[in-house]
Ligand binder design. Structure first.
Ligand SMILES: [Zn+2]
Length: 131
C-alpha cells in the first residue's frame, strides 16, 4: 500500500480497526490480481482540514473512512473493488438516505477516488493533530 503523504501514512493506524482491515484487503486484492499497489490519499482528517476542503461529512474526522486514488487504476479493477468489497463488507457501511453505502465513487475534487466509509457505529473520538 502506498500513501499520498507521510501524514496520511502516520494516521492510518488511527483509523477504526475495521477500516484498516478493509484497506489492507483491498490492497492485497489489487496486488494479487493486477500487480498494482493502491494509493491512499486520505485517512484521518481534522476539523480544520475538513473546513478547508469544504467537506460536509465527518467520516474522515471520526476515523471511519479512507480514500483510494483511482485515476491511475484500470476501470475493471475499480469496478471489481466496488463489487467484491460491497458484497463482503457492505453491511458495515455508512448509511446515507437510508441506503448503506460502504464505497462511494467520487470523480471530482482533488482527483477521482473511492471514498470508503463505515457506519457511524464505528466512529471514534476526533484527534487534534495540530503541532
Ligand atoms: Zn473521503
Amino acid at each position: 500500500m502506498k500513501f499520498k503523504t507521510k501524514d496520511v501514512e502516520t494516521r492510518f493506524t488511527d483509523m477504526a480497526d475495521l477500516a484498516q482491515r478493509i484497506a489492507k484487503e483491498m490492497d492485497l486484492y489489487s496486488q494479487e490480481k493486477y500487480g498494482i499497489q493502491l494509493t491512499l490519499t486520505t485517512t484521518v482528517s481534522t476539523k480544520a482540514e475538513d473546513t478547508e476542503l469544504s467537506r460536509t461529512s465527518d467520516t474522515h474526522r471520526t476515523r471511519r473512512a479512507f480514500d483510494i486514488r483511482t485515476g491511475d487504476l484500470p476501470d475493471e479493477l475499480v469496478a471489481e473493488l466496488c463489487s467484491v468489497f460491497r458484497k463482503k463488507y457492505g453491511r458495515f457501511g455508512a448509511v446515507t438516505s437510508a441506503l448503506p453505502s460502504l464505497i462511494v465513487y467520487r470523480p471530482h475534487g482533488t482527483g477521482p477516488h473511492l471514498h470508503v466509509q463505515l457506519s457511524r457505529k464505528y466512529a471514534l473520538t476526533e484527534i487534534n493533530y495540530d503541532k
